[in-house]
Design a protein around this ligand. Structure first.
Ligand code: 4NP
Length: 161
């Protein structure tokens, strides 16, 4: 892989306080651990504005911290129209996020919009929203996210040079 090419990845959920910040923190760390921190640029956003400016949900911060991922520096933002131009991958956590992104996305950029778990191996299609559930939901999010993040890193390493 060349030193020069930057690959930009945006993770998208509804509120940008649970699932997409978890994916953001996990993918950031595994990219840095693979010495690709200068090449892979990671961000996250929500399709809704409910929590703009807020840090991730405390339950997400704590669950991620137990596995060595730091999320507390992140702040929620809403998906912006410019994101469809500037990012190479816009990865949705569930089918609702996917449909919303596809509706907003200019045709020439639609190939960038995908389900994040396309890169996973667990056979699940969507990352379930843990917000209204118990603590186990946050661990399940991490299980799914860690697995798909590994697949995404391998995909980017193979396909971008
Ligand atoms: P997220 O979870 O989309 O994974 O950040 C949610 C957080 C908040 C809400 C919904 C989902 N909410 O309705 O406030």
């Amino acid at each position: 892989m060349s030193d020069k090419q930057v690959v930009k990845v945006l993770f998208v959920c509804l509120g940008n306080i649970c699932r997409s910040p978890t994916a953001h923190g996990v993918f950031q760390k595994i990219s840095e651990d693979a010495d690709l921190g200068q090449i892979i640029q990671v961000d996250s956003a929500g399709t809704a504005a409910y929590h703009v400016g807020n840090p991730p949900d405390n339950r997400s911060i704590k669950a991620a911290a137990t596995r060595g991922y730091e999320l507390n520096y992140l702040r929620a933002r809403k998906v912006d129209d410019a994101d469809f131009f500037s990012f190479d991958y816009l990865l949705a956590m569930d089918n609702e996020n996917l449909q919303e992104l596809k509706q907003r996305c200019p045709t020439k950029h639609k190939h960038k919009v995908q389900l994040f778990l396309n890169y996973g191996t667990f056979g699940e299609e969507q990352v379930p929203d843990p917000y209204y559930g118990g603590g186990a939901g946050f661990d399940h999010v991490l299980d799914l996210v860690e697995d798909a993040a590994q697949g995404l890193l391998e995909h980017i390493t193979r396909n971008h040079n």
